[in-house]
Design a protein around this ligand. Structure first.
Ligand code: GYE
Length: 381
């Protein structure tokens, strides 16, 4: 029996060692399941069960047609923009779920990270008499007037992803607890540094877009742990959630803080990619074998692969697949029911090494997934 166990262990180790080297294959099934279940937030889970169906056209089609095309439910979606891989996954999921095949007609507007354009899109949706309006708010504030107009027009509003803090005139919100993501990042870093014998943290933060709920929550959460632990945050500047922004900020950090930093916190995957390019150019090594610990948020598949390959030390998931839950909310409203007003999507934390198996966030123990190729292969986006 013991021998069998040892053999199984050896096999598992071989598989997990070989795993991130590429290929991976479908042999080992351990680990894969852990990828999408996971600890993070409370509330209802929205897994990535997006149904298939023809994706409607890409960017910026406000759809001039009236809301009454047959029996289809006409939904207007005012999306943030197309700044990141996360955003692409969010848009794709919405286009798949709100398809004609599923009983919807989708009017999709890409607001190109421009708040004025996003407000105008919502006002156009009101004019067009949409049945439902979905908003992923670029910034947290400035919403009460237009949401009042939606209310007066009798159009239910569902907010996804980023939060609105200056109005409660919407029917439901589906998204992530961004502060928990920031706290998780801090708690993981604390445990990781302890495991590695690192006693001093000098961190650089590349923030997301200014005023966005995701930026505010991640910044506050990480800072709370940094303050508690007495870490130094050398600087914190916006990279606007883009690869180019991350690269630009990191280039200037590499000059200003040469030799002074040992941690880089990127508030999304695309910024992390840009930061890596800047560090490559500046001759700064990072990741599992490097001098600098680099972490990211979002955990899109290519970036979980980077964790697997040891280029990123950790990645804190933000699940972009809200659309299936919005579909459920609309069905509830259609049948005269009252949906839950706040629904948190399920998220996991991913690390390149297995030295921090779990962390405690807000008094709740949560697993940290050690990334193998199977974990990467099981990622839904
Ligand atoms: O992290 C980033 C995107 O609002 C949570 O926006 C979202 C953020 C996500 O551009 O990649």
């Amino acid at each position: 029996m013991k021998k069998l166990l040892a053999m199984a262990l050896a096999l598992a180790m071989t598989l997990s060692l070989a795993a991130c080297g590429g290929g991976g294959g479908g042999a080992a099934s351990s680990g894969g399941g852990a990828a999408s279940s996971g600890a993070a937030s409370s509330g209802a889970a929205s897994s990535g069960a997006a149904s298939s169906g023809a994706a409607s056209s890409g960017a910026a089609s406000t759809g001039g047609s009236s809301a009454s095309s047959g029996d289809l439910i006409h939904v207007g979606f005012a999306q943030v923009g197309h700044e990141s891989d996360w955003r692409t996954a969010s848009t794709k999921s919405a286009q798949e779920v709100f398809s004609a095949e599923n009983g919807y007609e989708l009017s999709f507007v890409d607001a190109d990270n421009d708040s004025a354009k996003q407000l105008e899109a919502v006002r156009n949706f009101i004019q067009q008499g949409m049945d439902y309006i979905i908003i992923d708010p670029i910034v947290e504030t400035g919403w009460d007037a237009v949401l009042t107009e939606c209310e007066e027009a009798g159009i239910p509003v569902i907010v996804i992803d980023r939060t609105i803090t200056d109005s409660d005139k919407y029917d439901a919100w589906v998204g992530s607890d961004f502060k928990v993501e920031g706290l998780a990042c801090g708690e993981w870093l604390k445990a990781y540094a302890a495991a590695k014998g690192i006693t001093e943290i000098n961190a650089l933060v590349i923030e997301g877009s200014t005023g966005a709920g995701a930026t505010i929550g991640r910044t506050d959460g990480f800072k709370e742990i940094a303050d508690r632990e007495g870490w130094t945050i050398l600087d914190s500047q916006t990279g606007d959630f883009t690869e180019a922004g991350g690269q630009e900020v990191m280039e200037s950090y590499c000059q200003s803080y040469k030799g002074q930093f040992n941690v880089v916190i990127c508030q999304n995957d695309n910024e992390a990619k840009g930061a890596m390019t800047a560090m490559d150019t500046a001759g700064v090594s990072y990741g599992v074998d490097g001098d600098v610990i680099i972490v990211s948020f979002d955990a899109n598949k290519p970036y979980v692969q980077m964790v697997c390959d040891g280029k990123l030390n950790a990645n804190f998931e933000c699940n972009p697949l809200a659309a299936p839950t919005v579909d459920e909310i609309i069905k509830t409203l259609e049948s005269g029911g009252t949906p839950e007003t706040e629904i948190y999507v399920t998220e996991s934390w991913f690390a390149a090494e297995d030295n921090v198996p779990s962390i405690t966030v807000n008094g709740q123990e949560q697993p940290v997934v050690h990334v193998t190729q199977d974990v990467v292969d099981a990622r839904p986006y």
